[in-house]
Design a protein around this ligand. Structure first.
Ligand SMILES: Nc1nc2c(ncn2[C@@H]2O[C@H](COP(=O)(O)OP(=O)(O)OP(=O)(O)O)[C@@H](O)[C@H]2O)c(=O)[nH]1
Ligand SMILES: [Mg+2]
Length: 465
């Protein structure tokens, strides 16, 4: 360990807490962590997470609370936290938002993120006597608040076996923070794969968090910075700012927030188009034993990509179940800060519906689309694709990643993950028959993953022909 004095000179704030770093030279990915192997965590850390596991999320609570909509507003944008396993995405999410997203029992046991994590934060621009300061706290004592923006964060898992989960999160991301651990060689395999996934999904605005600078010397940080810069240039992201940070110590958090605010602007949406919302999760907020007449309807969570949703609207959940349409009425709308009257494109929202809550339990509706009734094409199992093979990944994988007929593949369509078989291909186009029906629109972009050495790896992007 280096002493504090030896640390990079950009370090501005004093560490606020100490946490022992679990550093192994070899990454967890290559170690092939068995399900039972545990990451060493302090007792306090584990207890905190167990508590979070049993506590409903703020959005879930808000759907139960009857408060006014006046003081709450919807997050404006979704920012993905992407990068290689263990580089500090969930830790940085916690530092930015105050929420630790890994609360599932298996995540606690294995010490890695397995599901997508969701959290919101509000960033403040403060005019202080010494200049402009950015913060994730409303620090009025520092000066006048001259701007603020609420954002949603989608924390992606970095383990190689969870690439399809990351891809389904990419559909929600409007911008991203690429987390790169400064104490490892750059780039690591998922650093490349996640960035390419975003590139093909059309996400151009990214900020790089060069994390864990507390573990290295200033000279090492500069060397690592150069290799990050080089990597970004090779992949067409040379303009992305690189901010040295320490997620665990909150170092340079103000500079990271400033970079996010300056480089990832709120997207302009068209709310006049027919409503379309990608469902990322669904849940049942009723406590066990609730009387039937007191049961609240099922909740769906996600982001609207076009149009808007108001309380009282009828929406269709597509493709529905067994060829049957599901049309529901919207009974409530909320964000992590409270209820809202109208939801527009942007950050994460939770929509209360008249749906039987048992149908929405345990993310069962993840991957579906909530849309204006009769506005989407009919569900289909037969897909025609125009392929864009991932040339760079060819080099990385040293494998023949070309598609073959009769082989199984996974398509990520929006937040949906669909398994299918290739029935025809010349590696410029492909015909795929899926196991279950999906909704696709002409020219929509989808990600293709193929099973290589027992793992689903991103090999191409495709356009629906
Ligand atoms: N020293 C130090 N350790 C850090 C820092 N950020 C994260 N860590 C540690 O790195 C380990 C992995 O952190 P996570 O936040 O779980 O990493 P992740 O990228 O979310 O991991 P996956 O989601 O599983 O890919 C944990 O032990 C953290 O305490 C940092 O800035 N400094
Ligand atoms: Mg994580």
């Amino acid at each position: 360990m280096v002493t504090k004095k030896e640390k990079i000179n950009t370090v501005k704030k004093k560490p606020t807490k100490t946490k022992k770093e679990k550093t192994t030279k070899k990454s967890k990915e290559t170690k092939k962590v068995p399900l039972t192997e545990k990451k060493v965590r302090t007792k306090k850390e584990t207890t905190q997470k167990e508590e979070q596991k049993t506590t409903p999320t703020q959005q879930e609570q808000n759907t139960q609370t009857k408060t006014t909509c006046e003081n709450t507003h919807q997050p404006e944008i979704n920012i993905g936290l992407i990068g290689h396993v263990d580089h500090g995405k969930t830790s940085l999410t916690k530092t930015l938002t105050g929420k630790w997203c890994d609360s599932h029992s298996e995540e606690l046991k294995r010490g890695i993120s397995i599901r997508l994590g969701y959290a919101d934060a509000t960033f403040y621009k403060i005019k202080s006597p010494s200049g402009i300061i950015y913060s994730n706290k409303k620090e009025t004592e520092l000066g006048e608040i001259i701007g603020q923006r609420t954002i949603s964060i989608v924390d992606a898992p970095g383990h190689e076996t969870l690439m399809t989960t990351m891809l389904s999160g990419a559909a929600l991301m409007n911008g991203a923070i690429l987390v790169i651990a400064a104490n490892e060689k750059c780039p690591q395999p998922r650093t490349i794969e996640h960035l390419m996934a975003l590139k093909f999904a059309g996400v151009e605005k990214i900020v790089v968090a060069q994390n864990k600078v507390d573990l290295i010397t200033r000279e090492q940080a500069i060397e690592n910075y150069k290799s990050i810069k080089n990597f970004l240039k090779n992949y067409g992201y040379e303009n992305a700012p690189i901010i040295p940070v320490s997620a665990n110590f909150g170092t340079n958090l103000d500079l990271l927030i400033q970079a996010i605010e300056e480089h990832i602007p709120t997207k302009k949406y068209d709310s006049t188009l027919p409503t379309k919302m990608f469902i990322a999760r669904s849940f049942d907020i009723n406590k066990p034993g609730t009387k039937p007449n007191e049961l609240k309807g099922g909740i769906i969570g996600g982001s609207i990509s076009q149009g808007e949703i108001k309380i009282g609207d009828q929406i269709e959940l597509c493709p529905g179940f067994n060829g049957k349409k599901i049309i529901v009425k919207v009974t409530s709308l909320s964000t992590s800060t409270g209820p809202i009257n109208k939801a527009t494109p942007g950050g994460l929202i939770a929509v209360g519906t008249t749906l039987d809550p048992s149908i929405t339990q345990g993310d069962r509706l993840r991957g579906m689309i909530a849309a204006k009734v009769d506005s989407l094409p009919n569900p289909t199992k037969n897909i025609e694709l125009k392929l864009f093979l991932f040339d760079r990944m060819l080099e990385e994988l040293h494998e023949n990643i070309k598609l073959k007929t009769t082989e199984p593949i996974v398509l990520t369509i929006g937040t949906n993950t669909a398994v299918g078989i290739v029935t025809k291909t010349d590696n410029k186009t492909a015909t795929v028959v899926l196991k279950n029906e999906v909704i696709v629109e002409k020219h929509e972009k989808v990600a293709i993953s193929k099973n290589i050495n027992g793992q689903w790896r991103l090999i191409a992007y495709a356009e629906i022909a």
